[in-house]
Structure formats: structure tokens, C-alpha cells
Design a protein around this ligand. Structure first.
Ligand code: PGA
Length: 245
């Protein structure tokens, strides 16, 4: 059976006090899925302190494609590894949109994370205009292909994929379970084109306005292995309810 995984993406939210309360709430309970939280960089040390020895893993929201050097403002995978980071989001649509990340950059970031034993959570997804133009499969296909081309089969076996339709992120509009499943099946088939075994084992998460009341239906689909949760990951009860869905 594939791993069931629910990852919180705090985005640019939080404070030392708010995070401590949230993490206390999350780690006190148990969930059926593996749980992780992706915190802003300054709070990774706090996550390491508060979550070490718990069932909850932590991750970063981005990672530099570069190893080290004169890259002001960037954070290296080697640095994340020193803070016990298990996951790094790469290619989140907000990074692609506001920071001009290309498919090639995203693939390079995934490779760099893997080099330091960090699982890249590779995010793909189409805009509303692309969906309406019936370009969904072409767009997510290109986003995924850049990663398939850059990684070996062994490396691919260590990534997590996340399908996040841009029109569903933070909008309260979720893809229907059928819409999401259809894209997840296409993505898995594309991975299978490179290696069927890796495809059958790869966790593919859905993200975009996942809430306690829609999570169970989404997660019941055969190719949806969990979720990448933004807004609802900031409330312990909601995040845990999704983790138990
Ligand atoms: P949302 O965000 O759950 O608030 O829609 C998801 C994401 O951007 O990862």
C-alpha cells in the first residue's frame, strides 16, 4: 500500500507563540496518515525542537537549486538538512507565479533536495484559464516531464508529487474528487512511462482548499494519497481532522 501523507503548508504565516500552540495541538493527537508541516525558514529550528521524537515531520517551503555561494536570500539544502528537515516543497504555484520559477528550476531544486536526503514535494497545477482552454493535461504534463527527465529512476522513487490546481488554492473552490482523480491518474501514468514500479509506489497528494469536510471524499479516490494543506493547516483541529480522513 502507498504511504498516506498529509502535509501542511503554512505559507508566510506564524509566530513563535502561534506555532508553539499549533504544534502542541498537532503532536498531542494521533493521525491515520503521516503528518508533516512546512514552516517558514526561521521557524525550522523551532519545529526541530518541538517535534523531534514526535510522529510529526517538518519541512521547508522552498530550497535553493544552488549548493552554496553568492546567492543572497537563498537557503541551501545542506542548511535545511542541519535542521532535521524531511520535506521541501518545490515548484509551489506561488513560487512559479511570483518568483518566476521555471520547470527547469523546479527540477534542479528537486535534485538538490534529494542530494541531502530531503524529500522534494514537487507541485504541479494549471490555472483556471489553462483548464478552460482544455490545457490541464498538457500543462501538468510539461511540469512533471521536466522532473522525470532530470531524475534517475532511483531518485524518482524518493519524491512526492502534489497536484494543486491554481484556481483551487486559497479560493475555497476545490476540484471535485472526479476532476482531481482524473489528473492524478494521468500523472501516475506519465510516471509509469518512465518506471511502472516507481509510479505504483509514488504518493501523489491533492492540494487546493482541502478542508475537514471535503478531505475524506478526495482521499477516497484511488490515485489520491493524501493532501497538501494551506489554510486548514493553521488550525490544529482542522489539520488533524484532515489527517484522519
Ligand atoms: P489552500 O492552499 O489549502 O489554502 O488552498 C494549498 C496550498 O497552496 O498548498
Amino acid at each position: 500500500m502507498r504511504q498516506k501523507l498529509v502535509i501542511g503548508n503554512w505559507k508566510m504565516h506564524g509566530s513563535l507563540a502561534a506555532n508553539a500552540a499549533l504544534l502542541d495541538g498537532i503532536k498531542a493527537a494521533s493521525a491515520r496518515a503521516t503528518l508533516a508541516v512546512c514552516a517558514p525558514f526561521p521557524y525550522l529550528a523551532q519545529c526541530q525542537t518541538l517535534l523531534s521524537g514526535s510522529q510529526v515531520a517538518w519541512g521547508a517551503q522552498d530550497v535553493s537549486a544552488e549548493a552554496r555561494g553568492a546567492f543572497t536570500g537563498e537557503v541551501a539544502a545542506s542548511m535545511l538538512a542541519e535542521f532535521g528537515v524531511s520535506y521541501a516543497l518545490v515548484g509551489h504555484s506561488e513560487r512559479r507565479t511570483y518568483h518566476g520559477e521555471t520547470n527547469a528550476t523546479v527540477a534542479a531544486k528537486a535534485l538538490r533536495a534529494l542530494e541531502f536526503g530531503i524529500v522534494p514535494v514537487v507541485c504541479v497545477g494549471e490555472t483556471l484559464a489553462e483548464r478552460e482552454a482544455r490545457q490541464t493535461e498538457a500543462v501538468v504534463g510539461r511540469q512533471l516531464q521536466a522532473v522525470l527527465d532530470a531524475l534517475s529512476i532511483e531518485q524518482l522513487g524518493r519524491i512526492v508529487l502534489a497536484y494543486e490546481p491554481v484556481w483551487a488554492i486559497g479560493t475555497g473552490k476545490t476540484a471535485s474528487s472526479a476532476q482531481a482523480q482524473a489528473v492524478h491518474a494521468v500523472l501516475r501514468a506519465q510516471v509509469a512511462g518512465k518506471d511502472a514500479g516507481v509510479a505504483s509506489r509514488m504518493a501523489i497528494l491533492y492540494g487546493g482548499s482541502v478542508k475537514p469536510d471535503n478531505a475524506a471524499e478526495l482521499f477516497s479516490m484511488s490515485d489520491i494519497d493524501g493532501g497538501l494543506i494551506g489554510g486548514a493547516s493553521l488550525k490544529a483541529d482542522d489539520f488533524l481532522a484532515i489527517g484522519n480522513a
